[in-house]
Structure formats: structure tokens, C-alpha cells
Design a binder for this molecule. Structure first.
Ligand SMILES: [Zn+2]
Length: 109
């Protein structure tokens, strides 16, 4: 099933007539089919964040991915961000490039 593109099961894609979502959902599933397992989880999880309420159920319907798997992706995304300071672009202007990383209690380094 590695190269198979999932067929979206949402109501829009079951319609006979064209609906704008049909193309979008086909593109989502095309993209998902090219990603590895982790990238797949993270991409789908990210889409659910964008959609907001009902996003997980919707993306599960579109991609066929298990809702539990999507939740796992959401948690992984959140966990990956923890302890990673935002790398702000330093504006030029001389002076020392002071390292302002604050120590986090969870930091292992
Ligand atoms: Zn659809």
C-alpha cells in the first residue's frame, strides 16, 4: 500500500459533481502518500491544528489515518517544541552576540 493514494471518504468526495474540496483532499492524500510514517503523522496533525474544532475527525476521514495516530502526531509535535528556544533572527548592530538562552528545568544539555 506504500504507493497507494487513499480515497477520501468525506461527503464532498462522495458526490457525483465536482466540489472544490475534492481536489484539495486528493492533493492531501497525494502528499501523504509520499511521506514516511512520522512525516505523515506530523503533517496530518498539523492540518488538524489549522482546522481546529473537528479537525481530527475530518483529517481522519480524508486520509484514513486513525484518530489515535493523529493524536500521537499532535503530542509529538508539542513534545518536539519543548525545550527548543525560538531562534530569533538577530538584527545587526554590533555588540556581543549574547546568548540569551534561558535555562529550562527540563534541559538535559
Ligand atoms: Zn474529501
Amino acid at each position: 500500500m506504500s504507493n497507494a493514494i487513499h480515497q477520501c471518504q468525506c461527503p464532498h468526495c462522495q458526490r457525483e459533481d465536482e466540489h472544490p474540496y475534492q481536489l484539495l483532499h486528493r492533493q492531501i492524500n497525494l502528499l501523504v502518500s509520499r511521506l514516511d510514517e512520522q512525516q505523515r503523522r506530523w503533517y496530518v496533525a498539523l492540518e488538524t491544528v489549522k482546522i481546529g474544532h473537528g479537525g481530527i475527525a475530518l483529517m481522519s476521514t480524508i486520509t484514513g489515518m486513525d484518530e489515535k495516530t493523529i493524536w500521537r502526531g499532535r503530542k509529538e509535535l508539542e513534545a518536539e517544541l519543548e525545550g527548543r528556544p525560538t531562534d530569533r533572527v538577530r538584527l545587526g548592530g554590533g555588540g556581543r552576540a549574547a546568548v540569551e538562552k534561558k535555562h529550562r528545568k527540563s534541559s538535559m544539555t
